[in-house]
Design a binder for this molecule. Structure first.
Ligand code: ADP
Length: 556
């Protein structure tokens, strides 16, 4: 009882080592990935990365918009440079309908100011012009000279001849954002400094300048491409959260990242977001899909582990069964050989005067050699089956006759062993195409088992009868029985119920696996019904219909 227990425990470490060798690194990888993902989730690292990217996009956008503003202003300035006279402000505005107001300051109290004539019918615009004119007049009287020097400095250092800044003007109770362009006109001298410029109104910035500038910053935008979220940019004033202008894809809502204009458009803010999604949802989606992938990988890994574990334990169990088989077979061979030798030697000495005794010894020698033959036949059959070389020769057979003759030679022996032997064979059973020798061997294996595994209740029943479209061959005993959990295993090769509490009978573990193979080769099946301590019933079912064709198929 101690031996199998010790063996089972000595196999366990091998399986454990194998499992650990794969499981430890894999689990470490999974734990590390989960930890890493959790850190990402906690630190909002992905959001930070995207925000950093967005800041860069906005910085580039600002630079491009600034460049475009300088280009347009410089273009207009070039045409203004011919203007030396305040009378020519009006023709300048006529050729530049985008410009709201233009002016020329030539000394304290001398500000020539002109608004776009075509818009003068608009009372608000008219009012705005007056307000701007008076503001600029007061402002330039104080600071114009400073701006002239500033413009000289800019020209010397940056090579630019315009200075662009913001200008706010009220319209009703709303402050309007305008862009003021200043430059030094031709004819300005240190003794008689002059400053001129023009103003782009809110309408132009809102409807023309920024939409064009933003579409240049984000080219190739189209609303139909929704598979990949596109970035959208808007511009707003510091005083208002709703966009002054926005790129094509802007779909409302607050921007993800904002950046204030630094030089050309002070007081304006650039904002960016993704069309149809948010950074938070992108980052959530990333973390969620990473967890899902990790979960799926873990499941696969777990499945792989279970498969490996089952495979390894099965291989180990088979290896153990094989080594048991060798020792069982050696024992099985040695016992009849020893008996044959013992009785043969006794007979050889010629000391047995009692002829009855002599007869008994001859019978023992015959029986033991028959046991040897059937064991060796089993082993040979098994090895043929394993190597795929087993061939069956199917012939039209009266199965009833076959069963009767097979049992005939054993009946006496069985009854002598104290068994109550009951043989019931139905009449008029159809003939089947079977391999006679193989079926006889199957029956003998079942009968031998019934005899071997019977304890005090010695009963053996063999029944052959028709059942639906098959012929059933039943071998019944009242022996030790088989536990339900063992029943599916006993048909496996080498398998023996080796619990010494159940039985101590020796065997090879090949008998039932051969029976199953033979029966299946005949297109039939073998099943067992048994309860521990109450005997067993093995039933071989051989199909009647098409039995010939099936048999042919298997033998091929
Ligand atoms: P063997 O008898 O050589 O061990 P088998 O393949 O014939 O091998 O049987 C496998 C196992 O099934 C046996 O070890 C035994 O435990 C069990 N067994 C087979 N037939 C019977 C039976 N009639 N009653 C009880 N147990 C049986």
């Amino acid at each position: 009882m101690l031996k199998p227990l010790i063996r089972r425990w000595s196999e366990r470490p091998r399986v454990l080592v194998l499992m650990l060798a794969v499981m430890l690194p894999a689990s470490a990888l999974i734990v590390a990935s989960v930890y890493h993902l959790r850190t990402i989730q906690r630190d909002k690292a992905i959001e930070a990365v995207i925000q950093r990217d967005y800041q860069q996009v906005l910085a580039i956008a600002e630079k491009r918009i600034d460049e475009r503003a300088y280009e347009i202003a410089e273009e207009a300035r070039k045409q203004f440079s011919n203007v030396v006279h305040s009378d020519e402000l009006e023709p300048f505005l006529t050729t530049h309908p985008d410009i709201a107001h233009a002016f020329l300051w030539t000394g304290k109290g001398n500000l020539a100011f002109q608004s776009q004539a075509s818009r003068m019918t608009d009372a608000e615009f008219n009012e705005e012009g007056k307000k701007v004119s008076s503001d600029l007049g007061n402002w330039f009287d104080v600071e114009a000279k400073d701006y002239v020097s500033k413009l000289k400095r800019i020209e010397a250092t940056e090579g630019r001849r315009v200075y662009i800044t913001d200008h706010w003007v009220p319209r009703g109770d709303i402050w309007q954002y305008q862009t003021l362009v200043l430059f030094v006109p031709q004819g300005s001298t240190p003794e008689h400094p002059a400053l001129s410029g023009f103003i782009y109104g809110t309408d132009y910035l809102k409807n023309t300048f920024f939409p064009q500038a933003l579409s240049e910053v984000l080219p190739n935008q189209n609303q139909s491409n929704t598979s990949h979220p596109q970035p959208a940019i808007m511009v707003r004033t510091v005083k208002d959260h709703s966009p002054l202008a926005a790129s094509f894809c802007w779909d409302g809502g607050p921007p993800e990242v904002e950046r204030a204009f630094e030089s050309v458009f002070p007081g304006l803010i650039l904002g960016i977001k993704l069309h149809g999604t948010t950074i938070a949802s992108i980052s959530d989606h990333f973390v969620r899909s990473s967890f899902l992938i990790l979960g799926a990988l873990s499941l696969l890994l777990g499945g792989g582990m279970i498969l490996t574990y089952r495979n390894v334990t099965r291989e180990l169990a088979l290896a153990k069964l094989k080594s048991d088989f060798v020792s069982n077979v050696s024992h099985e061979l040695r016992t009849p050989l020893a008996l044959i030798r013992l009785y043969a030697e006794t007979l050889e000495l010629g000391r047995l005067s009692n002829p009855g005794k002599q007869q008994e010894y001859y019978e023992i020698i015959r029986k033991e050699s028959e046991r040897l033959t059937s064991l060796i036949n089993n082993i040979l059959d098994f090895s043929r089956i394993e190597s795929g070389k087993k061939e069956y020769s199917f012939r039209e057979t009266d199965v009833a006759d076959l069963v009767r003759s097979t049992l005939g030679s054993y009946r006496f022996e069985i009854e002598q062993g104290g068994f109550q032997f009951e043989q019931r064979i139905d009449n008029n059973l159809p003939h089947l195409r079977v391999d006679r020798e193989a079926i006889a061997r199957s029956l003998l294996n079942l009968v031998n088992n019934a005899v071997k595994y019977s304890a005090t209740e010695k009963y053996l029943g063999v029944h052959l009868y028709r059942h639906d479209s098959s012929i059933n061959l039943e071998v019944v005993d009242h022996g030790i029985g088989i536990a339900p959990k063992e029943q599916p295993k006993i048909f496996e090769k080498f398998y023996r119920v080796s619990d010494p509490l159940v039985h101590n009978t020796k065997g090879s573990g090949l008998g039932l696996s051969l029976v199953r193979h033979i029966v299946q080769a005949h297109g039939g099946e073998v099943v067992v019904e048994s309860a521990l301590g109450q005997g067993s019933k093995f039933v071989i079912t051989l199909p009647v219909q098409n039995s010939a064709q099936q048999a042919k198929g298997v033998s091929a």
